[in-house]
Design a binder for this molecule. Structure first.
Ligand SMILES: Cc1cc2nc3c(=O)[nH]c(=O)nc-3n(C[C@H](O)[C@H](O)[C@H](O)COP(=O)(O)O)c2cc1C
Ligand SMILES: C=C(O[C@@H]1CC(C(=O)O)=C[C@@H](OP(=O)(O)O)[C@H]1O)C(=O)O
Length: 380
């Protein structure tokens, strides 16, 4: 079981990630980490910031010659935009009163964050609450992904809705889902993709914003990750908690969760079968690969709902915290829609949880030790 921490402000010098408890002797390909970072930066509907940043992770510790050491891994992603923000973000001395942000944006941490921490400058809140932080969670997730790949566990995602443009039917075919990689909005259906892009264009023109839904599929997860024995050991609980920790994610569904709620049990529960060469398996996967808080050996399917981006070019009303007057919310620069980017963050957060639970079950100090325990278990 490893734990992680992130640090860093959106327009500060950079983002830092620390992973503690990651096993030794895992080969890490830094190009793969950087590819995942680049995937998060793509997607139709992003704003000007993504033209400035070219995210690359620098490994500061815990890896030698491409192999993990079992010691804490420290990662750094530089914020290129810091060069433009240095007068406001320098850790030692900043420009004073005139540059304060005092008009909180509805939908952001701005107002409550300022009141909670006693700030007269909302910048002290927005810099850390920003989803810029998700870059380093993707870098950490890429380490987890590389570890899980050794055990044939893979993660994929696709966008199923942006605003009102949505796929009509569920897609469970992994080969089809892999096709999302080639889409500007990570949608597997070209007709719906076109409608999604149109929605984003229209929202942008009208100074508005959009949210949507993405779906994560994790294949190859052995049965028995997580447990029913105590409420806080449950795998579905851990996944939803961590996915809800992504900025703007407001709903997480395991399997066909909400659809199942409107059906009879006979149409919902996945019948159990057995074949000599295959072992136990299900005829359907409405549960999304988790029953009783444990992975059941089927593909884990999770849907996440993202609210519309809160910063609006046609801003909503708010109250200036310096004057208490009604004003329009601050706009500096913003994405119109970031659901495709969020789907990559979702992938990486989900595979991080799976890797943590995997290590809880099969854990050891080195990859070799883990492999032994895992091989014994899957041969039962
Ligand atoms: C990848 C990604 C990009 C985002 N980009 C923006 C943005 O450009 N402008 C904005 O106002 N919010 C953006 N958000 C959402 C806000 O960070 C988030 O809504 C805000 O911090 C409030 O937190 P909450 O929605 O979790 O309550 C983005 C979120 C994600 C996941
Ligand atoms: C920087 C990223 O996303 C940012 C998330 C974000 C927010 O408020 O959450 C606001 C925007 O930042 P800025 O105000 O600098 O344009 C996004 O670009 C990123 O994803 O790397």
């Amino acid at each position: 079981m490893f734990r992680l921490l992130t640090a860093g402000e959106s327009h500060g010098k950079g983002l830092v990630g620390v992973i503690e408890g990651f096993p030794a002797n895992v080969h890490i390909d830094i190009d793969e980490v950087n590819k995942d970072l680049a995937r998060r930066q793509k997607g139709y509907g992003r704003g000007g910031r993504m033209k400035i940043e070219k995210d690359k992770a620098e490994i500061l510790s815990g890896v030698r010659g491409g192999m993990t050491l079992g010691s804490p891994i420290a990662l750094l992603i530089e914020n290129k935009d810091y060069a433009n923000w240095e007068p406001h973000m320098n850790p030692i001395s900043v420009e004073g009163e005139t540059t304060k942000v005092t008009q909180p944006r509805p939908g952001h941490a701005d107002l409550t964050g300022a009141l909670k921490y006693g700030f007269s400058d909302i910048r002290n809140v927005l810099e850390r609450s920003s989803a810029r932080e998700t870059a380093v969670r993707v870098a950490i997730g890429s380490f987890a992904r590389q570890l899980m790949k050794v055990f044939n566990i893979e993660v994929y995602s696709h966008v199923t809705a942006i605003g009102g443009a949505a796929l009509e039917a569920r897609v469970e075919d992994i080969e089809k889902i892999k096709g999302a990689e080639g889409s500007e909005v990570r949608c597997v259906d070209p007709v719906v993709e076109k409608a999604m892009i149109e929605e984003i264009k229209n929202a942008k023109e009208e100074g508005d914003s959009l949210g949507g839904i993405f779906e994560i599929h994790i294949t190859g997860v052995p049965r028995g990750l997580g447990s029913y024995v105590q409420w806080d050991h449950k795998l579905d609980g851990k996944l939803t908690y961590n996915l809800m920790g992504i900025q703007a994610i407001k709903g997480v569904e395991i399997g066909y969760g909400f659809d199942n709620a409107q059906q009879r049990g006979s149409l919902v529960h996945d019948e159990i079968f057995y074949e000599e060469n295959k072992g136990y398996y299900r005829g359907t996967n409405h549960a999304g690969g988790i029953e009783g808080g444990m992975s059941n050996g089927e593909t884990i399917i999770i849907r996440c709902a993202m609210k519309p981006i809160p910063t609006l070019y046609k801003p909503l009303k708010t109250v200036d915290i310096a004057t208490k007057e009604t004003v329009l919310a601050t706009v500096e620069r913003s994405d119109t829609c970031a659901v495709p980017a969020a789907s990559i963050v979702g992938e990486m957060v989900a595979i991080t949880v799976i890797a943590q639970e995997f290590l809880k079950k099969f854990g050891g100090d080195s990859l070799e030790e883990i492999k032994k325990v895992w091989k014994d278990y899957i041969s039962i």
